[in-house]
Structures are given as C-alpha cells and as structure tokens.
Design a binder for this molecule. Structure first.
Ligand code: AMP
Length: 513
C-alpha cells in the first residue's frame, strides 16, 4: 500500500497529515499528487468525498513552501463554485499548512471587499475564490493574476451548471501561460472536455471510481408518493417527510434534507420548525453570515436538520450525517449521487431516503439507471385517512404557498410561457406571511382563498347540500326557457334566484304533458 511518505511531499506537510489522522492516501491522492509535484497539469475526475481537496492542497503547499508572495500578486489560485466549498478548501489549507508560514486569502461574495483588499495588498501565497468575486477584484484593479504559478479549478462540472464557464475562461486568460493547472470535475461533460483541451497541457488524467459504486454503506430507499389532490401534494409531502423522520426515530441523529428549489428549502425548513423539528435552511440567497452560522451549528451538532439546495450543500464536509432526505428527486441524476454522498462518510453507515411524486418518475428512472441499482421502495408512512381531511391550520398556511399562484383567468388569457414567471414571483415570496405575499401575486382571484384554506374546506365538504338548490335553479331556468313563459328573464317575480325545487318539478311535468 502506498504511504504518504512515498509521495515526495514536504516533511512539514507529512507532519500535518499525521496530525490530521490520515493513514494512507486515497486513490485520487495517490494518482494526482506525484504528477502535480512534478509540475504537470492534472485532470482529476473525482467527486467530493474522495479526498480530492487534499490531492491538490498537499502538493501545492509542497510547491509553494519555497518562495515569497508579492503584493497583489498571489502565487496560486483555487477557484471554487460556491462560497461554502471555497471556505472548506481554505480550512483544508489551514490544516495542512500548520507547520508552514504560507499566507492565504479567501475571496467570496457576501464578505466586505475592504478586509479582502487588505490581505491581497500584503501578498498571499494561496488565493481561494469564487469566480465572480475574483473578477470583481480584478476589475477594481486590486488584483493581478500574472504571478499565479499554480491554478486549481475545483468542481468544474458544478461551475458549468452554474454558468461560470465564461468566467473561468476569462480567468485562465488572465493567468500566465506557463502556469500549472490542476483541474477537477466529477463528470466530463463535452463543455468540460473542451475547456480541458484548451487550457490544460498534456495533463495526467486521474479518474477514481464513481461515488455511486463506492457508497455501498448507504442504505437507499424511496417512497413513491401521490398527493390526494394536486394542490395538496406539497403539504402532504411535507407531512410524509415528517412521518419518515419519525419512523427513523433515534437512528436519525442528524440529516440534510435536499430540495430542488430555494423556495422549497425555505418552506420545508419553516414547516419543520413549526412542527417542533430543529431545522434551518441554507441556500444561495441567504447572507453569508447566516449561512456560516447555520453550517457551523450543523457541523457542531447543535442543529439536527439542515434543509439545503444542491448548490449550497455541494462539497459540504460533515463527517457524521446519519441521514439524507431527498424531499425532491433531483433533476440531474449525478446530483443524487452527490446528495447521498453527504451521509455514509468515512466508512460510517448512512441512510438516504427519497420522496418521488409522479411527475418526478422520469428523473427517478434516470437515477436508477445511473447507479445501476434498484432503490428499495418503502410504503407511505401516512395512512390514507391522514392525508386529505387532516390539513391543520399550520399546514394550510404553507399550503397556500404550494398552490401555483395563477388564476384560471390568467392561464386562459396569458400566453403559456408566462407560467414560469408566476413561479418566480412565488419563489421570492416570504414564506410565512402569506398575507404580505398576496398583493405581489397577480392571481388575485386565488389569494383570499389561500389565506383561509381551512375554512374554505368546510363549505366544500358541504357542497352537495349547498349546490342542490343552485342546480335546481339552473334546471328551472332552462325549463322555463323551454316552456316559453319567461322569455329572456329567468327569475320568478318574488322568489328571486331561490326558486324551490318542487315548483320547478311540477312545472316540468306540466310542460312535458
Ligand atoms: P474531500 O473529497 O476533499 O471533500 O474529502 C472528503 C473527506 O475525506 C474529508 O473529511 C477529508 O478530511 C477526508 N480525507 C481526505 N484525505 C484523507 C485520507 N487520506 N484519509 C482519510 N480521510 C481523508
């Protein structure tokens, strides 16, 4: 078995590795470290959880151990798609540079430019950044990338998903042609292939097994779920989620709950909280201090449920997450693999539970195809009687947000491609204050209904009784019309709209005769 000590790493780095408790390099480390130390470009095809961060940080530190940084000219650059990932990479540097005097700066959005400028002015050995913020600094004339000797692109496939590829290309162009490039991606989409062909020079290609095949210690289950009614599906889905959590009992020490949309991250988190579960949301629209606080709380075990979007949770490294819940089936099969990889880390057992509604079945099939495995179906923990009638006031409040806020009128009158816009309006809506939400929504017809969902149900249940006279009225009107007596006026003088059924009946009989 290869040992770290066989990899030509700096002795101080080796000491830090021992302190971190690692015994031997992971396959990506074993494959990527030697060519990186030789100064070669590396193309690493590996997912988070494989130890890929150390596979570039360890050789970088070894290479940067000699030499000094100049003001505003970092010696190396690591590009990450998200702030969280960037912060995690920075933490890795802290761990492995503990016996070095290397300096680093973290350039991410949501943090003041002033502090970041100060660090850059002093000169940094390692600059870790998200692409947008890095370019902001460059455009302000505060940063020069002409001194970059090593450039890392981490999670390139996620950069592609997030639309960062043009930024990455631009950044490549700002760094010297002679730089060394270490490039990591979980998958090799054609666009990623193009970038690597353009910017990497004869790279050492290191590919490690897909995480899907490595995660045998994760038990995977799915619940096929259909709401009792379309407009109640999301409410009932949340109820099903709570039932799933409850069924797991103490085995579920902590969990990440994934939703596909930021709006649902907020809604699910608020709803769980409301029902007494210790939950908090994390997604890209929350401010950085809040995100950091939530993540720290989860890492330290002070928060039990982290409700997250893919982007925010990407690359999150919390060693002991007992469960991952996929509240939604991810639309990219690879994301499923990433999501469930948050549990079952470092040889621990983990459990991944997913809810699949009918419209997600196609995506679900794609997941099973990718992982080449059938996910175990579990029963709906809710009894049928639990679902439609038992919508509590709290749920009704959330239910109002689940309803697409489009009136029939709107659908009829507006072109089809307007519909997604309505969802955008909804996505921005505050979660609890449905009233505050109402004026924003153009589906005015439905807004009051949403506010009073529980009360609204009662009349609906009584509908047959209420409707009976109305139906009679209609029949009466047409019958009167046919009888020719009423002309255009369907009302009977003195009875208004409320014509008793029996009068109509006798009228009908007479006219039939
Ligand atoms: P990464 O893929 O970089 O997100 O790393 C996943 C996890 O593996 C992190 O918790 C690392 O601390 C851990 N790790 C990295 N290298 C090793 C190693 N050689 N042995 C054991 N754990 C490691």
């Amino acid at each position: 078995m290869t040992k770290f000590s066989n990899l030509n790493l700096d002795p101080k780095v080796l000491k830090a590795i021992v302190d971190a408790g690692y015994e031997s390099p992971t396959p990506i480390q074993e494959g990527a470290i030697p060519p990186a130390l030789e100064g070669r470009d590396v193309l690493g095809i590996a997912q988070t959880g494989t130890g890929k961060t150390a596979s570039f940080t360890l050789p970088m530190i070894t290479l940067l151990a000699k030499g000094r940084a100049r003001a505003r000219m970092p010696r190396s650059l690591v590009l990450c798609p998200t702030r969280e990932l960037a912060a995690q990479v920075a933490e890795n540097f802290d761990t492995y540079t503990k016996y070095h005097k290397l300096t680093k700066a973290l350039l991410i959005g949501g943090v003041s430019f002033k502090e970041q400028d100060k660090l850059i002015d002093k000169g940094v050995d390692v600059l870790i950044a998200t692409p947008g913020r890095l370019l902001d600094h460059v455009e302000r004339g505060k940063l020069l990338l002409t001194g970059v000797q090593v450039m890392v692109v981490d999670e390139a496939d996620r950069m592609l998903d997030m639309g960062f590829i043009p930024d990455i290309e631009r950044i490549f162009g700002l760094t010297p042609f002679t730089r060394q490039t270490l490039f990591f991606s979980a998958t090799m989409a054609p666009e990623i292939e193009r970038i690597t062909n353009t910017f990497l020079s004869n790279p050492a290609r290191v590919e490690v097994a897909r995480q899907a095949t490595a995660s045998e210690n994760i038990e995977q289950v799915v619940m096929m779920f259909k709401g009792s009614r379309k407009d109640r599906e999301a409410t009932e889905k949340r109820k099903a989620l709570r039932a799933m959590i409850d069924n797991e009992g103490d085995k579920c020490t902590n969990a990440i709950i994934f939703c596909n949309r930021k709006m649902d991250v907020d809604t699910v988190s608020k709803s769980l909280k409301k029902y007494g579960y210790d939950a908090a949301p994390i997604h890209g629209d929350l401010d950085q201090s809040q995100r950091t606080k939530t993540l720290d709380g989860f890492r330290e075990g002070n928060l039990r449920f982290l409700v997250a979007s893919d982007v925010a949770a990407r690359g999150l490294d919390v060693p002991s997450v007992s469960h991952v819940f996929n509240f939604d089936v991810p639309s990219h099969a690879e994301d499923y693999v990433h999501r469930i990889g948050r549990t079952g880390r470092a040889g621990r057992d983990g459990k991944a539970m997913m809810i699949c509604v009918p419209r997600d079945e196609k995506n679900f099939d794609a997941i099973e195809k990718l992982i080449q495995k059938q996910i175990t179906r579990i029963d709906n923990p809710l009894k049928p009687a639990d679902t439609p009638a038992e919508v509590s006031a709290d749920d009704a409040k959330f239910m109002s947000e689940d309803k697409p806020k489009r009136s029939r009128t709107r659908l009829r009158n507006k072109p089809k491609d307007d519909a997604p816009k309505a969802e955008v309006v909804q996505a921005d809506a505050p979660v609890v204050d449905v009233q505050a939400d109402a004026p924003k929504v153009d589906a005015k017809v439905e807004a009051p209904k949403q506010k009073h969902a529980p009360r609204e149900q009662a009349p609906r249940e009584q509908a047959p009784r209420e409707n009976a006279p109305r139906e009679n009225n209609n029949r009466n009107r047409s019958n009167r019309g046919r009888g020719g007596g009423g002309g255009g006026n369907n009302n009977v003088v003195g009875l208004g709209d409320h014509l008793p059924g029996f009068i109509a009946m006798s009228f009908e009989e007479r006219s039939a005769n």
